[in-house]
Design a protein around this ligand. Structure first.
Ligand SMILES: O=c1ccn([C@H]2C[C@H](O)[C@@H](COP(=O)(O)OP(=O)(O)OP(=O)(O)O)O2)c(=O)[nH]1
Length: 151
């Protein structure tokens, strides 16, 4: 288990609002909580930045974190992310925010403390570009975007 530094910025986390944790031993993501002062009404099409009340410092360039939608909220209620995926850099130390987008056609209320998205820590490989005139030959070459057919 990697150890990651965290600041619980909102004193309600760990008290009336549970701290994000893995729901099961096999969970990939930690559910992030909406640290709002009051419920947030989102009209269809509306996007708002929601504070999570916490900051992390991954501190290792071989790690990043992604904020991803919760499948139930996205599928049943159209609540997804305004940036589709949030990418958290290893040197970011500020509060984590979730861009919550109601892409559905009904209003949706985000309740105080509600689990609104999930945080997944992933390995990252940083690369150094090395300019060349020719690449080594491959079967695919430059073909893409459906080059191999539809099915
Ligand atoms: O959903 C998100 C996405 C990003 N961030 C934070 C962490 C991340 O490290 C930082 C910058 O994100 P990004 O690089 O995607 O933003 P940008 O729009 O390119 O702005 P910047 O110029 O700050 O890099 O914002 C969040 O809190 N939530």
């Amino acid at each position: 288990m990697h150890r990651v530094e965290v600041k619980w910025l909102d004193p309600r986390l760990g008290n009336e609002i549970p701290r994000p944790d893995y729901a099961t031993d096999g969970s990939a993501g930690l559910d992030l909580r909406a640290c709002l002062d009051e419920p947030l009404n989102l009209a269809p099409g509306q996007t708002e930045l929601v504070p999570t009340g916490m900051a992390i410092h991954l501190g290792d360039p071989e790690l990043a974190a992604m904020i991803l939608p919760r499948s139930g909220l996205g599928h049943k209620h159209g609540i997804v992310l305004g940036n589709l995926v949030g990418l958290i850099d290893s040197d970011y130390q500020g509060q984590l925010f979730v861009s919550v987008w109601n892409r559905g056609d009904s209003p949706f209320t985000v309740e105080v403390g509600e689990r609104i998205a999930q945080l997944v820590v992933v390995p990252v490989v940083q690369v150094a570009f090395e300019a060349v005139d020719e690449f080594g030959e491959t079967e695919r070459g430059t073909g893409g975007f459906g080059h191999t057919g539809r099915s």
